[in-house]
Write a protein that binds this ligand. Structure first.
Ligand code: ME8
Length: 519
């Protein structure tokens, strides 16, 4: 049986500096979406990478006295390391300087040209030789010395250069029709509305080549031009699937199910990219989802570490799953959000240590002490047992619905509502009091709690893969019994199965200075 495919991508980052928290946020969220579909039985392809061409890279390289290639060689490994440190489950990491990508870009260019959508014209504007960039009139200033300056303080001159253009204007009606017929093409709704009104207001043809520098993919047949970086960058999504070979192993993943991007680059993904694809005769992605921006709320994150903004330090300080949980739960995906030490520590201690961690620790220690370290006897399930078990199972359906529209926070909230309910169940049934009065009932309550924990741990895997795996280990759930298909009744814990000694999975976050140890 062939499984349903699911192709998901992040934007590819400019490696003109070290990865920052925005890059980490996008990767963590996309990873959770990818893991969810994988656990749900889909054949998933998850892509991330770096966008190494273009003027941004050149300008930073120049400032640092490097070539753009050397800058990319220096910084891209940091993005690759970030993917590892964040536990990203990406299937490939694409770099736009790779040979496979040059081939794909030249092929899509030829396809668009073959369709009559590329023509040679001229591009003019205020150009800074030093910045190698064009600026809008409003970004420049004519000073008293009679010279016009750009926003970086470098002189600009009026330049007209030969440039290839893409006939974007010809796609206005087709794009509007596509948005109309595919209401889920752009999410969230605010971004969709912005794009629809932008396209309605009229599209101008797009300059898609440059002759003032050579850091890019050469235009086929006219190598003094390099492609505009966004033609090159967007094409990465099909390069990784083997384009132009549409008969290869990976082509089955096209069209993408969702491109996850930040809100500042929605226009490129929801207007230019579908127009390029229509022109090249390729199917369009099913959805483009724009997340919000993350801001550091100003405060020092911790006295001992200073202002923690880089993802590596954040993970080292709070723990990987703690950071993943915080970003995914705290910020409604699609909206802007902020982070601060208080907010992160608060979430870790309230949700993870107190709610989920305590439930696991209390019930598993009771089992170790009172049930011979084995999965307790199940007995006859009473109404409250059946109710909480059903709630844990229902969180899967809620998660599916939410993750289908990238509402990661809602899927995670559905899991933690069950955690809260399971705590009420455990307190209400008070197994410690049953130990003397009704030991059989105590075992049933502990069995039910352990089984609820098993379901919750399976459901937590997309967001907190490491901690969820440790919890499943404590419940002696075999590695092959951890998918969403294993949540239901047919796969319930088997009484009498030996369990490893319990160990805490979600420690409280305590700052070094609070313990008096300093650092
Ligand atoms: O835009 N919060 O690269 P990039 C959340 N190379 N997300 C943020 C953010 C923040 N503070 N800052 C940036 C590019 N992002 C292009 C993409 S795709 C074919 C080419 C997001 O390194 C940003 O919105 O500037 C984008 O989705 C991603 O990080 C990479 O940004």
């Amino acid at each position: 049986m062939t499984r349903e495919t699911f192709y998901i991508t992040t934007a590819i980052s400019y490696p003109n500096g070290s990865p920052h928290i925005g890059h980490a946020y996008e990767l963590i969220a996309t990873d959770a979406l990818a893991r969810f579909q994988r656990l749900d039985g889909k054949d998933v392809m998850f892509l991330t990478g770096t966008d190494e061409h273009g003027i941004k890279m050149l300008q930073t390289a120049r400032k640092e006295g490097l070539s753009a290639r050397d800058l990319a060689e220096r910084n891209t490994p940091q993005f690759q390391r970030m993917a590892e440190v964040l536990g990203a489950s990406n299937d490939d990491f694409i770099r736009t300087t790779e040979e496979r990508h040059r081939k794909a870009c030249q092929a899509i260019w030829k396809a668009m040209a073959g369709n009559g959508d590329i023509y040679l014209g001229s591009y003019s504007g205020w150009y800074s030789v030093r910045d190698e960039a064009y600026y809008g009139e409003e970004e420049t200033e004519l000073r008293e010395d009679g010279v016009r300056y750009g926003p970086q303080g470098t002189p600009v001159e009026w330049v007209e250069e030969e440039s290839y253009f893409f006939r974007l204007s010809a796609y206005q009606e087709r794009l509007l029709k596509h948005y109309e017929e595919n209401p889920d093409f752009i999410g969230p709704a605010e971004r969709r509305n912005e794009i629809v009104s932008f396209v309605r207001s009229g599209l101008r043809d797009l300059s898609i080549s440059r002759t003032t520098f050579d850091w890019g993919v050469p235009v086929p047949g006219d190598e003094k031009h390099v492609m505009y970086v966004w033609v090159d960058a967007l094409t990465n999504y099909i390069t990784a699937l083997g384009y132009p070979d549409t008969h290869g192993e990976r082509w089955r993943y096209w069209p993408a199910d969702v491109h996850v991007i930040g809100k500042d680059i929605t226009r490129f993904h929801a207007v230019y990219w579908p127009a390029f694809l229509m022109s090249a005769g390729l199917p369009l992605p099913r959805r483009v989802f724009s997340h919000g921006f993350l801001f550091n709320r100003g405060e020092k994150m911790s006295k001992s570490v200073g202002n923690v903004v880089d993802p590596f330090t954040l993970v080292e300080h709070y723990g990987l799953d703690q950071v993943r949980y915080f970003f995914l739960r705290e910020v409604p995906f699609g909206q802007d959000g902020s982070y601060s030490h208080e907010a992160i520590a608060g979430r870790i201690n309230a949700d993870l240590a107190n709610d989920l961690g305590n439930l696991a620790q209390r019930s598993l220690s009771m089992i170790a002490k009172n049930c011979g370290g084995k999965v307790p006897a199940r007995g006859t399930l009473a109404e409250p047992d059946k109710t909480i078990l059903a709630r844990a199972e229902a969180a899967l359906a809620a998660g599916r619905e939410a993750m289908g529209r990238q509402a990661i926070h809602a899927a995670l909230a559905a899991v933690f509502e069950v955690v809260a309910e399971a705590n009420r169940y455990f307190a209400g049934e008070a197994p410690w009091a049953l130990r003397k009065t009704d030991p059989a009932r105590m075992e049933t309550v502990l069995y039910t709690t352990a089984e609820v924990l098993r379901r919750l741990a399976i459901l937590c895997q997309p967001y907190m893969p490491g901690s969820a795996a440790r919890l499943l280990d404590l419940l002696a759930v075999p590695a092959e019994g951890r998918t969403f298909a294993d949540i239901g009744e047919a796969h319930m814990l088997v009484p009498g199965t030996p369990l490893p000694p319990p160990a805490p999975v979600f420690p409280r976050h305590v700052e070094a200075e609070e313990t008096g140890q300093g650092s």
